[in-house]
Write a protein that binds this ligand. Structure first.
Ligand code: SF4
Ligand code: SF4
Length: 371
């Protein structure tokens, strides 16, 4: 699961836009596992690790003490580990966290009764954020089941704005067909809102905003058709929207963002089993790549690479996370080893786990790892 690039997200107000890593958002992925296997997924859904609840709660308390006030959940499919969601939500509500979004594919429930029971448990634990539903051609296409998910969620939380929709595609106007089908199933319409600069799905009892994710053809999606080097350079945004976050994965590793490249080991800034929030923020600021992204921007990384070798990149791309993934897996960025990434299923070792290093700045063509 990834989050839309939105540097001006109202849910995540920024007090001072200082150019450094200053996370204002905490998100837990309690499990990697998922009931679906989307072709564009960049999560190692084959891995069975789970984040222990007491470890997550301890980190949540530290984050609260460090001034982080907003919490989200991601995965994998978070609802495959509902006891985690309930326990962490309960403690977060006690601490006064603001809940942002819980991302789900909306297809994990056995039937409406099962769905209602799980959602009621979450609501009663104090969850007051949005439920973010991923709907696009890569996710489940059982539109009737998704509509059931929407109706039951609306009823349990008794709130017409409880849901938002996310879709991954090459441009904001592309890939809306499954959402149009969902709108028809819910007797709703899709319309562009000038006010918020996004599409909305509106029906009699539901109002959902649509959040676009710029699809990055990385990891198992590397072979999807279309050239990610689309000839134009990305706009600098210092990764503010998907970044400035502490994203904790089921192994306890902490990432500074939920971008498409964030599962790479090169973007790990600490581990909740061994490091405190303060350690992790310090690590991130000193990290040769992460520190630079938030201090000087992705454009500074690009300019360094091109200054060293004007032919180091195949072209220009508007896709931040694709660029990030490419330069990290190819070992082009200063101070971090190349390697990692996975084409196909995430089984076996990954090259940089196995100790295979790629010379900084060399133009190495990575062969797909079949592990
Ligand atoms: S629903 Fe999300 S986590 Fe599950 S396979 Fe699809 S993209 Fe991956
Ligand atoms: S470009 Fe890299 S650092 Fe920025 S959000 Fe994407 S994966 Fe994260």
């Amino acid at each position: 699961m990834t989050t839309a690039r939105n540097p001006f997200d109202a849910a995540r107000p920024v007090r001072r836009r200082t150019r450094t890593f200053r996370p204002n958002y905490l998100s837990f992925a309690g499990t990697y596992q998922c009931n679906l296997a989307c072709p564009h997924c960049c999560v190692p859904i084959e891995w069975t690790d789970r984040l222990p609840i007491p470890v997550a709660v301890r980190f949540l308390e530290q984050a609260h003490a460090a001034g982080i006030e907003v919490l989200g959940f991601t995965g994998g499919e978070p609802f495959l580990y509902p006891e985690f969601l309930v326990a962490v939500t309960r403690r977060a509500a006690e601490l006064g966290f603001r809940f942002d979004k819980l991302m789900t594919n909306g297809m994990w429930h056995r039937d409406a009764g099962h769905l209602s029971d799980v959602l009621t448990g979450l609501r009663d634990a104090g969850y007051s954020g949005k439920i973010g539903l991923s709907v696009d051609k890569f996710h489940g296409m059982d539109i009737a089941k998704l509509a059931e998910f929407c109706r039951v969620t609306r009823r349990v939380f008794d709130k017409d704005t409880i849901l938002s929709l996310s879709y991954a595609s090459r441009s904001p106007d592309a890939g809306l067909e499954p959402i149009r089908r969902l709108a028809a199933e819910l007797d709703g319409v899709i319309d562009w809102s000038e006010l918020i600069g996004r599409y909305m799905l509106v029906s009699d009892d539901l109002t959902m905003t649509l959040n676009w994710n710029h699809l990055a053809a990385v990891e198992r999606a590397e072979k999807l058709p279309g050239d990610p080097w689309d000839g134009e350079w990305f706009a600098e945004d210092y990764c503010e929207g998907p970044g400035q976050a502490l994203i904790v994965n089921p192994r306890g590793e902490v990432k500074p963002c939920c971008g498409f490249a964030s599962d790479l080991d090169q973007l790990t800034i600490g581990n909740v089993h061994t490091d405190t929030v303060e350690d992790i923020i310090r690590n991130a600021r000193r990290h040769p790549y992460v520190g630079k992204v938030f201090r000087e921007g992705l454009t500074a990384i690009r300019d360094d690479i091109l200054a060293r070798d004007p032919d180091a990149l195949p072209g220009a791309t508007t896709n931040h996370c694709y660029f990030c993934w490419y330069v990290l897996t190819r070992g082009l960025a200063a101070g971090v080893n190349g390697g990692g990434g996975k084409v196909g299923n995430w089984t076996g070792d990954r090259p940089n786990h196995a100790g295979e290093l790629i010379q900084l700045g060399s133009r190495v063509r990575m062969e797909p790892s079949n592990g």
